[in-house]
Design a protein around this ligand. Structure first.
Ligand SMILES: *Cc1c(COP(=O)(O)O)cnc(C)c1O
Length: 383
């Protein structure tokens, strides 16, 4: 019953036989040129022109005032939480349907992830459910939001734009503002994705990106944090470079800092990839449209599409099956045809280290985790 989909995927990737993976990087721009130039310059480490250039490119792409390049998306999350003022024993609201890095980064600060359910149409944190939930469990004391049940401060909210599809982020920002909670967006998967004309990652205090090997643009390892706040941008840069006070020869540090800056050699790769973002997203959107068109004709399987007023990068295309059993049959069938497909992540609240974390009811997350599968979404090679 899915054989027509197999044929479609093979025709999209012009691969009549052999394995088709979920997502592969493509290097057909200035990658080799910039990396070789970087090596020739000897500035391969944490200072150099490509590091600065990544920041400029991210600002151009997102419209953010400031962008601080970071060694990877996980460290970008950690540092943004630190600068947001998240402290040990706080709680940070996040969604259980995400890659583990989101919850891990919260844990690095000594805070606890507090799980809030997602909307089924976006797979991202639900503003409506968040609002109702906070009305029930939260109270504002001396300007801060507290969990009435645990007594802990809820200092930040870290939603995630799943697979490059934007969540209802403007409404979510409103709810966070109402409860004095700092909003940081995990936009690791959504470079190139906008909602109501504004780039994801720009609706809160900070937004973070990842340039890991499986993302839309890759620098091997890499990431960035964006913000419109000059003070925050200065802090991010300072803390990501060991909190070193600039000086010709003296080593002075005024805080406990981090070695979180992206190396220039990775930044060189990032620059070449970011230059091609528009071309990548255009191709990804064409692939998505081909999938949507085809899946409309099939029963028992449907595509998950961008919400209205949004523009998704369609990093990974997602389809929905009717039940966990149907999902497993689909995974088995596609795998047997040498096509890589993948269920969504195990929900964070099911992982051993987060089982005790507080949470709202997680019905939608559970529903999606049983049914959603990612299908091949690499950019097609165009030399
Ligand atoms: C990829 C990813 C990250 C982590 O990025 P790295 O660069 O691999 O550290 C964080 N959050 C989400 C949702 C991701 O998909």
């Amino acid at each position: 019953m899915y054989s027509s989909l197999v044929d479609l995927i093979r025709s999209i990737y012009n691969t009549p036989q052999g394995y088709i993976s979920l997502h592969e990087p493509r290097f057909f721009g200035n990658e080799k040129k910039y990396v070789l130039d970087c090596i020739d310059s000897t500035f391969v480490s944490s200072s150099g022109k490509y590091v600065d250039r990544v920041g400029e490119l991210i600002c151009e792409i997102t419209g953010a005032k400031y962008a601080v390049p970071i060694v990877n998306g996980t460290c970008a999350l950690h540092l943004s939480l630190v600068v947001a003022g998240v402290k040990r024993d706080d709680e940070v609201l996040t969604q259980p349907l995400t890659f583990v890095a989101t919850s891990n980064a919260i844990s690095y600060t000594g805070a606890t992830p507090h799980f809030v359910d997602v909307d089924r149409e976006t797979m991202g944190m639900s503003p409506t459910l968040l609002k109702n939930y906070l009305r029930e469990i939260a109270e504002i004391r001396t300007g801060s939001c507290y969990n009435k049940k645990t007594g802990k401060r809820i200092s930040a909210c870290l939603p995630m734009h799943s697979f490059g599809l934007p969540l209802f982020i403007d409404d979510l920002a409103e709810v966070c503002a109402e409860f004095n909670i700092v909003l940081i967006e995990d936009a690791a998967e959504s470079i190139g994705t906008t909602y109501k004309g504004k780039h994801t990652g720009r609706f809160g205090k900070m937004g973070t990106f990842s340039f890991n090997g499986n993302k839309t643009v890759t620098s091997g390892g890499g990431g960035a944090i964006i913000t419109d706040d000059a003070t925050i941008a200065t802090q991010l840069k300072h803390l990501s470079t060991q909190a070193k006070i600039p000086h010709k020869y003296e080593y002075n540090h005024d805080q406990i800092g981090y070695n979180y800056r992206i190396p220039n050699i990775n930044a060189a790769l990032a620059c070449a990839q970011l230059e091609q973002l528009d071309a990548f997203v255009k191709d990804k959107r064409e692939i998505a449209e081909t999938y949507h068109h085809h899946l409309e004709k099939l029963t028992g399987i449907s595509s998950i599409k961008e919400i209205s007023s949004s523009f998704s990068n369609y990093w990974l295309n997602a389809v929905m099956l009717n039940s966990r059993q149907k999902r497993d049959e689909f995974l088995e069938y596609m795998s047997s045809k040498d096509i890589m497909v993948r269920p969504v992540w195990n929900l964070m609240n099911h992982l051993e280290m987060f089982k005790q974390s507080p949470s709202s009811s997680l019905e939608n997350s559970e529903f999606l985790a049983d049914r959603v599968v990612n299908i091949p979404s690499s950019v097609r090679i165009k030399k």
